[in-house]
Design a protein around this ligand. Structure first.
Ligand code: SF4
Ligand code: SF4
Length: 147
């Protein structure tokens, strides 16, 4: 009889309490603090150095300085956060919220205008080799003796 009373208590409690599950996606998901969501790039601060690309263990990030391009394939990212530690400008962050599911892998591409490289300074002229210069120069005629 005591067991039956316990069971009735559980039923009544569940009848009048909110469900533990949420109606996602109709109800937006709540992410706990410091959850590993996805990588965001504060692209204005990015100098396209490529350190994030070279240190990403899954090859998720591609950077091309000549094209002014930074791109990430979010489906390949394992949210390890290593790129955020390596970025010299601290413009990469892990923020809450996950990649929206989809049937195809999609890349997010960020671009910025490419600054023209400054012209290279002209190389200084090499000093002439005195031995070669002497060989190339026609022999100077000795001045005629005064009569
Ligand atoms: S490491 Fe930082 S500054 Fe360098 S390319 Fe990546 S995001 Fe940009
Ligand atoms: S979090 Fe890890 S896997 Fe994702 S882009 Fe950064 S380094 Fe690569």
């Amino acid at each position: 009889m005591a067991k039956l009373m316990n069971f009735t208590g559980t039923i009544l409690k569940n009848l009048f309490s909110k469900p533990v599950t949420t109606k996602y996606p109709a109800e937006p998901a709540k992410y706990p603090e410091r959850s590993r969501g996805h990588i965001e790039n504060d692209f204005d601060a990015c100098i396209l150095c490529g350190l994030c690309m070279r240190n990403c263990p899954t090859g998720t990030i591609k950077v091309s300085k000549p094209e002014g391009m930074w791109k990430i394939n979010r489906f390949d990212c394992i949210q390890c956060g290593y790129c955020t530690l390596k970025c010299p400008k601290k413009c990469l962050h892990i923020v809450p919220g996950y990649q929206t599911p989809g049937p195809e892998k999609q890349e997010e591409v960020l671009t910025k205008p490419v600054e023209a490289a400054p012209p290279k300074p002209a190389a200084p002229a090499k000093p002439a080799d005195p031995a070669k210069a002497a060989a190339a120069e026609p022999e100077k005629k000795a001045p005629a003796p005064n009569a």
